[in-house]
Every structure is written in structure tokens, then in C-alpha cells.
Design a protein around this ligand. Structure first.
Ligand SMILES: [Ca+2]
Length: 479
């Protein structure tokens, strides 16, 4: 047992450590379906995002940051585990493995053996909260409170998995407090304000201790119900983004008010690229969209602000990814890098700190989709090996792009660089042998299973005699 003198001297030491050396607070703002070209600070001329732009001006903006998936569930599994989604069984769901994301009442979820970022931070006395979208399983065993989060307030999956004309038999959309459904089919417009108030209360409550707040927005995923002050913007998409901008500004102001902004890391990023449809999202200047492994599906905005240590107004052009947050943040919280669970990401602190010699730790970054490893990036080069065509008739296509000269992936230069094609093709095969590939019938040697319960039930059930405004969600949009 520690002597009282040891405890006292530890307390004294803690008090003497300058703010910048104390474990930093972390706020991870995860926007849903926000595209590379949607923010003013990433070149949008259509959207005004003054608060997010100010966040970027105070920290570092990444031009070549990748989500580890182009859709929701695998992206979030990778974000919190530091592992490629197919490594941890989070890319194919449902009885036949046809679902790319989880739907209400499905049996699967993130496995209890996976040690997630909030669990690691909790071990170092962080207060942990998730507000918003979870999407790693809605069965009790799979909820965030079983995976390292002290508290949960939000809807457990996408905001279109609700009772609406297009989905007349869906379970009503649940709003949850920890493990309890506290409301069914909540009005979505005001939800962002409720989320933001909840976030500010959490920050105030834990201002004296390190905290981890994972704020996973319902915006800008369809349908777009926008909170009242912003609903009249030029488009509902723009309104939803303005609401996210407002919320980000409110969190920044609260940190300033409490005097804790300096040692609080704010990460602002998206789970995958935009749908790029009539609603107004943009991945410009990148090709492709959500659910694809073109750059527009997975390369998304990412801003990291930490006034105590990250230079203001910095731009990083090195390849980094969502896989890196766990191995970068856990050591800052006091973990030894050597004792962390093995993962696919890297500690990119030297890049965050703007060290001139720091380079991307990715010799190869892999793009996968629905259990197929479709592409790899190595330096400026990206090789795609993708099956194109109807089921049964699909043929593999091979193309090579130089992403620095050709960020829009418009010019296939495979014919001019057979050596690079051969080298990267070998890398793709080697990774498929480890993580598997459903299309090629390869079972990976290093994959781990997702969790699965025997008797899954949705969190809510539709009651034909119910009190819902039928339908309470009139926007008949999914996505
Ligand atoms: Ca998404």
C-alpha cells in the first residue's frame, strides 16, 4: 500500500506539472457523411463554416486524412479500435453477410475483446462520454456503456433507421440515455441543440479531470431535419452543416470560458465522404462518393486543434488516418506505447507537433469495402483492383493513379508503370491473405470475429395503436 507521504507527494507533483504536460482532454467531433469539399476551409464556396474554419486556424488541417471505411459502422469500429474494420469482423453483417452496416435489432456488434479508445482512456482516469450516433450494435451487450463509455446520450444508429413512409415497419427511432430508451421518434431538428447542451454540461462537470467526449453527429446524414434557427438556410444540407458549425463554436466558447481550451485536443472529422447528390454535399476535387473506395468515399476533412502543443494555422499533407487516434491519444493519456493492443494505426504525434522531419508512417494504406480490399495507397500512388459489372459477370479492373498530380483520379496510368502496378498488386494480395477478401474467397489469417447474440431484439417495437404522429418523420429520405 502506498504511504500517505507517497500519496501526498504524488498529489503535490501533479499540482506542479504545467498544464501542457497534464493528460489532455479530448473532444472527438465525428460528423456523418461530411464530404472533403463541404467546409469553407477545404475550399467550399457554397457553405459558410466560420467556427470550424476558426478551429482550423487554431490548429492543424490535414489534406490527406482517410477514414478507414466509406460507410458508417466499419468507419466507427476502426476509429475506436485503431484496426482496419475487416480485421475485427466489422465490414459484413446480417445472416448472409450482405449488410455493410448494422440495422436495428441485428445480432452483431463490436466484440468485447476489442479494447477501444474509451476503455484505454478510462484506465487512466478519464471521464468518458458518447453523445450521438454509436452504430456498433444495439443489443445490450454491444451498447457504448459496455465498451468504455461512462455515459451515453443519443440515437444508437443512423437517423434514417426510423419509422417513416419508406420504412413503415421499422422500429421507431430510439433516443437513449445510457442503456434505456427515453424517447421514441424524437423530433430530430432540436436534437442537435440537446446534444450540444449535454456536451457542455459534461465538459463543465469534468473540467477538473481529463475527459474524453465523443460527439458523433446525426448530421449531415439524410434525412435533414435542421434545428430551428438554421432551417431557413439556402438548403437543408447547408442548414444541417451550419448547425454543426454552430455546435462546434459553442463547444469552443465553453472551453474558453472554463479556461481549459489550451490543453484540450479537439478533433473534427467525418466518418466517410459525401453522397454527392441533389442534397448539396461535395467531395470536390475528389472522385467518387460515400460507399466507394475512390478518394471521395474515404478521404475527408480532418482538423486537430491543441493550442498547448500543435502549431496554429498548420497544414499537414502527409497520409494519416482514423486508425491513428488510438495509438496517438492513448500514450498522451499515460499508456506505454509498447503495452497497447496491436493495431493498424500509428502514433502520429510528431506530425501533429509539426516536426519538420516527420513523415507519414504509412508505407501502404489500404481501402476496403464490404469485405473486399479494393485499393492501396503508397506515397503518391494508388492502385485499384476492383470488380466491375453485374453479379456473376463482374470482371476485375486494374487502374493506377498519381494522387499528387491527379487528385481526381481521372488518368489511369497503369499502362505506363507496370513495375509499380506489380509491386502494389503484391501488397494487396499480401493484405488480403491477412484480412481476407470476400469477393476473392480468401479467408484472412489475422481476422477476429465480431460479437453476436443468440436472440436479438430491436430496442423498440412499432405499436399499431400507438401515439406516434403517423408517420412522425415526413421526409422520406434514407441514405
Ligand atoms: Ca456515414
Amino acid at each position: 500500500m502506498k504511504s500517505i507521504i507517497q500519496v501526498l507527494s504524488l498529489a503535490l507533483l501533479t499540482a506542479l506539472v504545467p498544464a501542457a504536460e497534464k493528460a489532455p482532454n479530448v473532444i472527438l467531433i465525428y460528423v456523418d457523411d461530411l464530404g472533403y469539399g463541404d467546409l469553407a476551409c477545404y475550399g467550399s464556396e457554397k457553405n459558410k463554416t466560420p467556427h470550424i474554419d476558426r478551429l482550423a486556424q487554431g490548429g492543424m488541417r490535414f489534406t490527406d486524412y482517410y477514414s478507414a471505411s466509406s460507410v458508417c459502422t466499419p468507419s466507427r469500429a476502426a476509429l475506436l479500435s485503431g484496426c482496419y474494420p475487416s480485421r475485427i469482423g466489422c465490414e459484413n453483417f446480417g445472416p448472409k453477410g450482405y449488410a455493410a452496416v448494422l440495422f436495428p435489432g441485428m445480432a452483431e456488434g463490436i466484440h468485447a475483446d476489442e479494447k477501444l479508445l474509451p476503455e484505454l482512456l478510462k484506465e487512466k482516469n478519464y471521464a468518458t462520454a458518447i453523445i450521438g450516433k454509436w452504430h456498433l450494435g444495439d443489443q445490450p451487450e454491444h451498447l457504448p456503456t459496455r465498451h468504455g463509455f461512462d455515459t451515453y446520450f443519443g440515437i444508437p444508429y443512423s437517423n434514417d433507421m426510423a419509422l417513416m413512409p419508406k420504412r413503415p415497419d421499422s422500429p421507431p427511432l430510439p433516443l437513449m440515455r445510457d442503456e434505456e430508451v427515453i424517447q421514441e421518434q424524437p423530433a430530430q431538428g432540436p436534437l442537435l441543440e440537446r446534444y450540444t447542451v449535454e456536451a457542455i454540461e459534461f465538459i463543465r462537470r469534468h473540467r477538473e479531470q481529463p475527459f474524453f467526449l465523443y460527439f458523433a453527429h446525426l448530421h449531415v446524414h439524410l434525412p435533414h431535419y435542421v434545428m430551428a434557427p438554421f432551417a431557413s438556410s439556402s438548403s437543408t444540407y447547408g442548414g444541417a452543416l451550419t448547425a454543426v458549425d454552430w455546435s462546434t463554436g459553442a463547444l469552443m466558447a465553453e472551453l474558453d470560458r472554463l479556461g481549459i481550451a489550451d490543453n484540450t485536443i479537439i478533433i473534427f472529422t467525418s466518418d466517410n465522404g459525401s453522397r454527392v447528390d441533389s442534397h448539396g454535399g461535395s467531395n470536390a476535387p475528389l472522385r467518387g462518393r460515400k460507399a466507394e473506395t475512390w478518394e471521395g468515399g474515404m478521404r475527408v476533412p480532418c482538423i486537430v486543434r491543441w493550442p498547448a502543443r500543435i502549431p496554429a494555422g498548420a497544414v499537414c499533407k502527409e497520409v494519416v488516418s482514423a486508425l491513428d487516434f488510438l495509438p496517438t491519444l492513448a500514450p498522451l493519456a499515460g499508456h506505454e506505447s509498447e503495452t497497447l493492443p496491436a493495431c493498424d494505426g500509428h502514433n502520429v504525434l510528431p506530425l501533429w507537433l509539426g516536426k519538420p522531419e516527420a513523415r507519414s508512417p504509412y508505407e501502404h494504406f489500404f481501402y476496403s469495402r464490404r469485405g473486399e480490399i479494393e485499393a492501396v495507397r503508397s506515397g503518391p500512388w494508388k492502385l485499384r483492383e476492383v470488380f466491375v459489372g453485374k453479379p456473376g459477370e463482374a470482371k476485375e479492373t486494374v487502374s493506377l493513379y498519381h494522387l499528387i498530380d491527379d487528385p481526381a483520379e481521372a488518368n489511369d496510368v497503369a499502362g505506363s508503370h507496370p513495375d509499380i502496378v506489380a509491386r502494389l498488386s503484391r501488397e494487396l494480395d499480401a493484405m488480403r491473405a491477412k484480412l481476407g477478401d470476400t469477393r476473392r474467397g480468401i479467408k484472412g489469417s489475422e481476422t477476429r470475429p465480431h460479437a453476436k447474440v443468440a436472440d436479438p431484439k430491436p430496442l423498440t417495437t412499432k405499436d399499431p395503436q400507438d401515439h406516434y404522429v403517423v408517420p412522425s418523420y415526413l421526409l422520406d429520405e434514407t441514405g
